[in-house]
Design a protein around this ligand. Structure first.
Ligand SMILES: Nc1ncnc2c1ncn2[C@@H]1O[C@H](COP(=O)(O)OP(=O)(O)OP(=O)(O)O)[C@@H](O)[C@H]1O
Ligand SMILES: [Mg+2]
Length: 253
């Protein structure tokens, strides 16, 4: 049960966003991806989820090649993500925003929902109950009737993570989920990420907060101008000269 990225290249015109990236992560693992602005972190996420076309290389999910497979099919097969810049209708309520996360795997089709068949109504009730559970887990109960446009960015991100985990993904890609969160919210998010990982979800985490990475992940991949500069344990990074030079300057302070 792994996502295996092999020698993936992505080019936008003359810009090489990924220059042959390989990595893998599996169930119960939290792999962190770090790198300077423009190093290709979001493009890596977009490649895995099918939001950009890869120029060459292979991406396998549980052994099945997904290059060329549309994003919606990858998502229906257990892949979920958040965006660096969350996208929500500002007028939708928190509750409805989280509920949307259940529909990619909903069994009730369009016609059954329209005609409100008993099974569709039962499923709607199940979804409402599960939604309550998620709002509770992410401490969003009190905000359920607020509109997304009224929330500060930290809470918008929490709603986005709650929505992403609604359909019980096998793999979860989080693009800077802690940006703009208060310390309390960061702890809550960290606990949820750990809990999801323990329950079997494989997680790829782009994060600038190195303390959070140290606490959550055993494995880190450093991207530098579209290439893998380092891969290993977070604690090994401090002693890696390439990393120190690239991120802290050649003096190593
Ligand atoms: N859709 C696009 N069209 C053209 N160029 C793009 C596109 N998406 C990304 N790029 C370019 O590809 C490179 C990698 O960008 P990417 O957004 O993946 O970096 P990042 O590591 O996520 O950066 P940040 O830390 O700022 O989020 C950058 O040079 C960026 O300008
Ligand atoms: Mg990015």
């Amino acid at each position: 049960m792994t996502i295996q990225v092999d020698n993936v290249k992505v080019q936008f015109g003359n810009v090489v966003a990924l220059a042959g990236v390989s990595l893998q992560f599996g169930a119960n693992q939290i792999v962190a991806v770090i790198g300077a602005n423009g190093s290709g972190k979001s493009t890596l996420f977009n490649s895995i989820t099918g939001f950009v076309d890869v120029t060459c290389g292979s991406i396998r999910i549980d052994g099945t090649e997904v290059v060329g497979v549309p994003a919606f099919k990858r998502i229906a097969n257990g892949l979920a993500r958040t965006f660096q810049t969350p996208r929500f209708d500002p007028f939708v309520t928190v509750e409805k925003a989280v509920m949307c996360g259940f529909y990619p795997v909903s069994r009730a089709g369009f016609m059954r929902s329209i005609f409100a068949t008993p099974s569709a109504r039962r499923e709607e009730r199940e979804i409402a109950d599960k939604c309550d559970g998620l709002l509770h887990d992410f401490k969003l109960d009190g905000l359920r009737h607020m509109q997304m446009g009224e929330l500060p960015m930290g809470q918008v991100r929490l709603v986005e993570v709650a929505r992403a985990v609604a359909n019980k993904p096998k793999y979860l890609l989080l693009d800077e989920p802690a940006a703009g969160l208060t310390k309390v919210e960061q702890t809550l998010l960290g606990d949820e990420i750990r809990r999801l990982s323990k329950s079997g979800v494989g997680i790829l985490l782009v994060e600038h907060n190195f303390n959070m990475i140290r606490e959550l992940s055993e494995h880190v991949v450093v991207l530098d101008r579209g290439a893998v500069l380092f891969t290993g344990k977070p604690d090994e990074l401090a002693g890696n000269r390439d990393f120190v030079n690239a991120y802290l300057g050649t003096s190593g302070h």
